[in-house]
Write a protein that binds this ligand. Structure first.
Ligand SMILES: [Zn+2]
Length: 390
């Protein structure tokens, strides 16, 4: 755990003060609902552009995927939601610095900021060609060294700007120390950002068929400097040729845009209520509890394949599900309250724990009664070939 010290404060005080001043000046209370007279302003930020291609695939460049999807999201909103003003940080293939992007958001009094990106892992990663799935990020501390690499990759664009040392007040995207100052930042929009991020993940998995890698947190410059609810979407992995092909296709871009649009429509509906009623939005686990590093990604991939070969029989098996967690427990964990043996399957970012197995619904009833005494929310599920079917 990091402990803040004076020396560090001095070194970063200019940057820190600028941040604090900017947030005081730019942050209205997050709970004052925007009067209905004012149109809702959505800021769409297609990552990279111009001389900054972003991550590179076999055939395509990240910057073009980001722009294609952002323009389609904007078109859907403009067509269907006349009270929403759509504002872009770029509409063409041009280079825009990260600071300019957040300036555009503030100048237009954005109510929600959506940065759109495609993900990639390093050439050394053995899962490079198979890794897949969408993640949506909110602002928060990087939980590991590998995680910091993602932030460094997306923030490194700063160094393409000639005057970056003065413009970014000493912030060096490659220095882990530069990220430490964010520890003290209060993100008053965190709950709203998490709620919206959860909706994006739900839609990207159901509408666009992306693997759900969950709502995560990291220090992206554009999220740190926007005084409004803000998320950064990594649509899928451009280093995986199958996902790259999908993201480059018209159909893929349209589906992903529709997903983001649907998420926004749900978010806006709750925003239009008397207050921003986040309780209407399905809760995701707090991203600070979600491990986000390459090692875990590898574990996730093997986790799923471990589960599937067990029962490729096409037979329906009933089980009692009693717990779902974003992290994995050991086989003999006390949290199971003595239930044994316990099985686990992985779905949509959660490890889901079950007890018992029967090929008939009647046959699982006794186990269900037993589990329900320990976990009152337990319920019966049906699984086929390692996947839940009802
Ligand atoms: Zn990017």
């Amino acid at each position: 755990m990091f402990s803040f010290n004076i020396r560090m404060f001095h070194r970063h005080s200019r940057w820190l003060c600028a941040l604090l001043l900017a947030s005081l000046w730019l942050c209205p209370s997050p709970f004052t609902t925007t009067a209905s007279a004012k149109d809702f302003v959505i800021v769409l930020d297609p990552g990279h552009g111009g001389k900054d291609a972003g991550a590179i695939g076999v055939k395509g460049k990240e910057k073009n995927i980001n722009l294609g999807v952002a323009l389609k999201v904007g078109a859907l909103i403009e067509k269907n939601m006349p009270n929403v003003k759509v504002c872009y940080t770029r509409k063409t293939d041009v280079f825009i610095g990260l600071k300019e992007r957040t300036d555009i958001a503030h100048k237009n009094h954005g109510d929600l900021f959506i940065s759109i990106h495609a993900n990639s892992v390093s050439k050394k990663n053995k899962n490079r060609k198979t890794i897949r799935g969408a993640s949506t990020y909110v602002l928060g501390l990087a939980r590991s060294k590998q995680n910091l690499e993602i932030a460094q990759r997306e923030n490194a664009v700063i160094m393409l700007e000639d005057d970056y040392t003065t413009k970014y007040e000493g912030f060096d995207p490659n220095s882990p120390e530069s990220y430490i100052i964010f520890e003290t930042m209060q993100d008053v929009y965190r709950d709203q950002s998490i709620a919206f991020a959860g909706l994006v993940q739900d839609e990207l998995s159901s509408v666009a068929g992306r693997k759900d890698r969950g709502v995560r947190q990291n220090i992206f410059y554009v999220l740190a400097r926007t005084s409004m609810p803000s998320v950064l979407i990594e649509l899928d992995f451009i280093c995986n040729p199958t996902q790259e092909k999908y993201m480059l296709s018209e159909k893929g871009q349209q589906e992903m845009a529709q997903s983001i649009y649907n998420a926004f429509a749900s978010y806006k509906a709750s925003y239009d209520g008397e207050n921003i009623d986040l309780s209407k939005i399905k809760k995701r686990p707090d991203p600070s509890t979600v491990t986000d590093d390459t090692a875990a990604d590898e574990a996730d991939e093997s986790e799923e394949s471990d589960n599937t070969p067990a029962a490729q029989t096409g037979e329906t098996v009933y089980k009692v599900q009693f717990m779902a967690l974003p992290h994995k427990l050991s086989k003999n964990s006390k949290e199971f309250k003595g239930l044994s043996p316990v099985e686990v399957y992985y779905e949509k970012g959660y490890y889901k724990y079950t007890y018992g197995a029967s090929t008939s619904r009647k046959g699982i009833e006794a186990d269900f009664q037993k589990v329900r005494k320990l976990f009152k929310d337990a319920f019966i599920i049906a699984m086929r070939d390692g996947k839940r079917v009802q």
